[in-house]
Write a new protein. Structure first.
Length: 570
């Protein structure tokens, strides 16, 4: 582009040179620079072809990320209770009525009270109990707990066919809390009443089965351990005999044996506090941002961000709707020099398939809304308590990490199973329209150059005048500045108060008269074009429109003239 051409005997007749002082310095006033600036449109800047994170959603640009939540297994370790051991108890009945002689015929021996025998201690030990279990009110076993009491007659004279023996009115101390159908068993005390227990082949055997234990108020787990203690044995009773033609002994030796099986706990009722592993979602990368977002001066308080999360909760049905999960979702924005984290209010997983909306979408789609005040700050490194109005910004983050954490399932459950309970799985959608939330600022820069030439390079410019008509359909006002650049594209320093003008929101053909002035009495040299810098700022809390491909700032009828002087040697 030729602006001024001075040669011996040759003048470029495109310019009015009547005012030039024909000495070694030629004064230039209002020299027109023929330029043709195209409209500045954001859709010409945002290239979505190679950017997987910024997409067109409707008529808006938005940061969009969709993904699946990796399945997280629910599991509560099973509990095995070892079989308690007991020593046999031997006792002797003395002074049998009519004993010590031969009984030639039928003789019914009067009932004899059994002597008192010390009861034996037992303990159901539960060790290394899963941390999720806090209180066991009752437990159900995978297989029945089997309890046996065996009373054996050791005296040889009574082991023949001529003696009929049975135990009467027995009070047998068994483990307390057994869940059994036996109506003669007292669950609170563990006492079992047996009216008649006959001896066959020298032994009397009592068997009782239980499907679990009711632990009453003794089921609190401490440091992963729980011990249930009690006693077993024959508390009281009688022995009744009918003999015929035998030598009736004066004393009778009896042995008592006790057996309680070990068991595995299949389910329980009580209190649970299950802490689920955090759900970490693959980071949302914000690399390769469009030029108009990649300025360090950009700050975006998102107007209408949203995170939609769907989580399958297998324990809800297993607890008959009693076990409701609770957790939080947090977003951590990774900037070059720091990380900023924002967390939601607690959410609740109160369905088998919970749908959570950390936003306020117009159509809820069955989602439960969760408050997340800090979500609008996720693209801005705004510290807690910092004033968003005065915060200058440091550009957009390099990535955003989404984390679902502090997930707990706490409360009372009934017949809740142990072992593998299924997996929590789901999906998420993160959408952040690039909106002009209050105090947001987007900086767009565009350079128009290539205007220079050998002649223009020799003009020492003191002032640049730019006249144009400016139109924009942006819903917010724009501060537009124009700075001259040299052939390297570098900005040429000018008076800081020059080259700026204000563009009103939704303006049409607004006249622009702009003066760019050199610093002090200096000049602008090597002028090759201008850099347009548009600062799109939002100060209204009511405007939530987002950046879309049809938003634009357009300059037309652009005229650029310069003042200064041209120096040469004759």
């Amino acid at each position: 582009l030729t602006v001024v051409s001075v040669m011996t005997g040759c003048v470029d007749d495109k310019y009015d040179l009547s005012d030039i002082d024909t000495t070694s310095r030629f004064t230039v006033d209002n020299l027109t620079v023929p330029v043709n600036l195209s409209e500045i449109k954001l859709k010409n800047v945002v290239n979505l072809d190679d950017n997987e994170n910024i997409q067109k959603v409707g008529d808006e640009y938005a940061i969009v990320k969709h993904g699946d939540i990796n399945p997280t297994e629910f599991s509560i370790a099973g509990i095995h209770v070892n079989q308690p051991t007991f020593d046999p108890s031997d006792f002797e009945i003395k002074n049998v009525p009519g004993g010590g002689v031969h009984v030639p015929g039928q003789y019914d021996v009067p009932a004899i009270d059994l002597p008192q025998v010390a009861l034996q201690n037992y303990e159901f030990k539960m060790e290394g109990v899963d941390n999720a279990l806090k209180v066991l009110e009752d437990i159900k076993t995978a297989d029945d707990i089997e309890i046996k009491v065996v009373l054996t007659i050791k005296t040889q004279e009574l082991l023949g066919a001529n003696a009929s023996i049975s135990f009467k009115d027995l009070n047998i101390q068994l483990p307390w809390g057994l869940i059994t159908d036996n109506e003669d068993y007292d669950q609170k005390t563990g006492m079992l009443i047996v009216n008649d227990l006959p001896v066959e082949a020298g032994s009397a055997t009592l068997t009782i089965k239980a499907s679990g234990l009711d632990l009453d108020d003794k089921g609190t787990i401490v440091d992963g351990n729980l011990g249930i203690e009690g006693k077993v044995g024959i508390d009281s009773g009688k022995i009744k005999m009918s003999v015929n033609d035998i030598d009736l002994p004066s004393n009778i030796d009896i042995q008592a044996e006790y057996y309680v099986s070990g068991f595995d706990i299949a389910s329980f009722s009580g209190n649970i506090d299950y802490k689920m592993d955090d759900i970490n979602i693959a980071p949302i990368s914000l690399s390769d941002l469009p030029d108009f977002l990649d300025s360090s001066e950009t700050k975006l308080f998102i107007a209408n961000p949203q995170i939609l999360v769907e989580i399958h909760n297998p324990v809800y049905e297993k607890s008959n709707g009693k076990l409701i999960g609770q957790g939080q979702i947090s977003l951590t924005s990774e900037f070059k020099n720091e990380s900023i984290e924002r967390a939601s209010e607690p959410f609740f997983l109160d369905k088998t398939d919970s749908k959570l909306a950390f936003c306020t979408p117009s159509n809820d789609g069955g989602f439960t809304f969760v408050k997340f005040d800090g979500l609008r700050d996720v693209l801005t490194a705004l510290r807690e308590g910092e004033n968003p109005e005065t915060y200058v910004g440091q550009g957009l983050p390099e990535s955003i990490h989404v984390n679902i954490h502090d997930i707990t399932f706490s409360g009372e459950v009934t017949d809740f199973p142990l072992g593998d309970l299924g997996s929590a799985s789901g999906s998420y959608d993160f959408t952040a329209p690039l909106g002009f939330g209050q105090f947001s600022r987007v900086v767009y820069e565009s350079t128009e150059d290539g205007w220079g030439g050998d002649d223009l390079d020799k003009v020492n410019i003191t002032k640049i005048h730019l006249n144009a008509l400016c139109s924009t359909n942006l819903p917010v006002s724009v501060q537009l500045s124009v700075v001259p650049v040299d052939k390297n594209g570098d900005e040429i320093k000018v008076d800081e108060n020059s080259g700026k003008f204000h563009v009103s929101a939704n303006s049409s053909n607004e006249p622009v008269e702009l003066l760019i002035q050199a610093i002090g009495n200096g000049t602008i040299k090597n002028f090759d074009g201008v850099k347009f810098k548009a600062i799109i700022a939002q100060d209204s809390p009511d405007n939530t429109e987002a950046i879309g491909p049809d938003l634009q700032i357009a300059l037309k009828d652009i005229k650029v003239t310069v003042d200064g002087y041209y120096e040469t040697d004759f």
